[in-house]
Design a protein around this ligand. Structure first.
Ligand SMILES: N[C@@H](CCC(=O)N[C@@H](CS)C(=O)NCC(=O)O)C(=O)O
Length: 202
């Protein structure tokens, strides 16, 4: 292997897509390995923690967990704060995104009736509370840390894009409409020239 390889499912979503975007914005020439669902069961046990994304680098064993991958790319290529306290603030928000995925993710595998009840409960309680915390901690504009995009912004963008896309049953596309800073980060990442260039080539 002589160039980095990012392994994820063949979809422009979630943890894998935020890592692809970070690699692209960092200007790294990487192999974008896209796994077919049929091939995943045989691969799962070989992954460091049984999940994707995984980043393979020439100099080390495969790396897993999206936040660890993003922070590494961010530190190396100027997409994560050099100041350790500000970095910890960014990492707190990255964990906040993972907390949301841990709650909403299991509803994907529920049957229709259970899913409807679970998601309506999330819309009434968890999701507004999550958004209030996110909003309170976004101190910069247009990005989380101010004028420059960091990996935390990619993570916020990806999770907001998922939930406001109008394609998640029982979660209204307006779910985050009352949170201008959160939506502002989403919009600023969407409109970022480097992000646009990723979607124009893929
Ligand atoms: N904490 C891990 C979670 C990894 C994870 O659950 N990834 C999902 C896709 S987003 C996955 O691999 N699902 C398939 C499986 O667990 O078998 C991370 O942040 O990367």
């Amino acid at each position: 292997m002589n160039k980095p390889k990012l392994i994820y499912f063949d979809a422009p979503v979630s943890r894998g897509e935020e890592c692809r975007l970070a690699l692209h914005l960092a200007g790294i020439d990487f192999e974008d390995a896209r796994i077919k669902p049929a091939d995943w069961p045989a691969m799962k046990e070989q992954m460091p923690y049984g999940g994707l994304p995984v980043l393979e680098l020439p100099e080390c064993t495969p790396l897993a967990h999206s936040n660890a991958i993003l922070v590494l790319i961010g530190r190396r290529y100027g997409l994560h704060p050099a100041d350790d306290v500000e970095a910890a603030r960014h990492e707190g928000m990255m964990q906040h995104v993972e907390d949301l995925r841990a709650v909403v993710g299991p509803t994907i595998r529920m049957g229709d009736a259970e899913k409807k009840a679970a998601r309506e409960a999330l819309v009434a309680g968890f999701l507004p509370a999550w958004a209030r915390s996110a909003e309170k901690n976004i101190l910069g504009e247009p990005f989380f840390g101010g004028a420059r995009l960091h990996v935390v912004d990619l993570k916020l963008h990806m999770v907001v894009r998922w939930l406001v896309g109008g394609k998640v049953d029982h979660i209204p596309a307006t779910i985050f409409a009352g949170y201008p800073r959160l939506m502002g980060v989403h919009d600023a990442v969407r409109d970022h020239a480097g992000v646009k260039s990723w979607y124009s080539k893929s």
